[in-house]
Every structure is written in structure tokens, then in C-alpha cells.
Design a protein around this ligand. Sequence first.
Ligand SMILES: O=c1ccn([C@@H]2O[C@H](COP(=O)(O)O)[C@@H](O)[C@H]2O)c(=O)[nH]1
Length: 240
Amino acid sequence: MNDAQQTKLREHVISALDVATMDEALELVDALDGKLSLFKVGSRMFTRYGPALLDVLAQRDVDVFLDLKFHDIPNTVAGAVESALSFESVFMMTVHASGGADMIARAVEAAAQRTDNPPKIVAVTALTSLSPDDMSQIGVELALDEWAYSLGELALDAGADGLVCSAHEAAQMRDRFGDDPLLVTPGIRPEKKMAKDDDQSRVMTPKDALDTGSDYLVIGRPIYQADDPAGAVEEIGSSL
Ligand SMILES: O=c1ccn([C@@H]2O[C@H](COP(=O)(O)O)[C@@H](O)[C@H]2O)c(=O)[nH]1
């Protein structure tokens, strides 16, 4: 891996800490020390360990993407975002775009209460696990990509700093909404793991996802389920 690839890894790849225990999470963070500096805490770990995990990660000097996908009435979401403000290592948080404009605006307003480096609020559009066949089941008449673009427009108009979307929608999101919004793309699979064998439906390789305009690639199982997570990250870096 050359220097440019190393920089891309550190700046654009977020490793999801979707493991079972705090020990496993810290083992992973330590194994990736020097390679990655961005980690995602989601509902699995946060439900079990809560803020204690964020405190321990802060001591490791890594930045945290808190992916709790808030989706509730505006007052409750604003309160949840406010509660996270004391964790200075949290640089980005998620809400669901389908919570509506007022909910998103209140989340953004709450985040802005931290005047020094407020956490970015990014809105989840269409989950990467959904496929076009799921649309009618969840009562959506639009095509999946059109639904994602319309949720993206709603969220950005409400003040969100960015969007969570599949890398397949990233290029269109850029065309429609410009360079400013952060685009966070999960559903990333290294070339050799592109065959669909899990719950993700809309997947893309790390290199293609970056080329298509993603700012952050969220990668979970291809790293934490690897026999050698540091080696897996090296391989991802070399592919960029
Ligand atoms: O649309 C979304 C939104 C969030 N995620 C999260 O990203 C990671 C992906 O993990 P993999 O193991 O690489 O599939 C996971 O934490 C999800 O909760 C997403 O996949 N899709």
C-alpha cells in the first residue's frame, strides 16, 4: 500500500464495530491502530455498553460515528442528539430521513449546541439491505433509487449535513445535490466478497464507491469477520 492509499484509508474508511463484546471491539481497534482512525458504534454495541464504550474509545484517540439511526418524534430525537454532545469523539450521527423535515431540523439544531466542532447529522435514505422487490412490501410506490433521492432532498433541505445511501445512488446524489453533502456509503464489499451472501442488497467495491463520490465507506463484516482484520484492511487500502 502506498502513502496515497494509506491516506485514503485513514480519511475515508470507517470500520463498523458490530461485534458482541467490548473486549472484541477494543481488540479490533487496537489491531487496526495506525491504519484506521474512524470507527462506527451502532445499536449492537451501544445497547449493551452505552456511553462507557464511547469513553473507552475516547481514550484510544479515535473518532466515532455514532450510528443509532434516531427515528422518533422531533422532541425525542433532539434530546437524544443533545445527550450525545458530551462525547467529543463523536464526529457524526445518524437519523432516519423518513422521520421528516421537522425531526431532522431539530436534530441539526441540537447538534449545533456544541459550538466547537458540532457532530455532523447524516440522514439514512434507503437502507442498503433493501432491494427493489421490498418497495411495495413497505408501502412505497416509487422506485428504490427515486425514493432514496427524494428522502435525500428532504433531509438536505431540512439542514442535514449529509446522507447515508448505497454507493449505487452516490453519483446521482452528487449530481442532484452538489459537492457539499457528506455521502456515507455502507454495503461495501471487497472484490472477492462481492457475491451476495448476506443481508446487503446494494453493494459496491471500496474503490468504485470512492470513485462514485462517497466521502465515507462503512465496512463491517469484511473487516471484523476476517481471520486477520489488519490484513483485510491492508488489502482494502491496496485496492484504493
Ligand atoms: O443503509 C445502511 C445503513 C447503515 N448500515 C450499517 O453499516 C454497517 C455495514 O456492515 P457490513 O457488515 O459491512 O454489512 C452495519 O453496521 C449497518 O448497521 C448499513 O449497512 N446500511
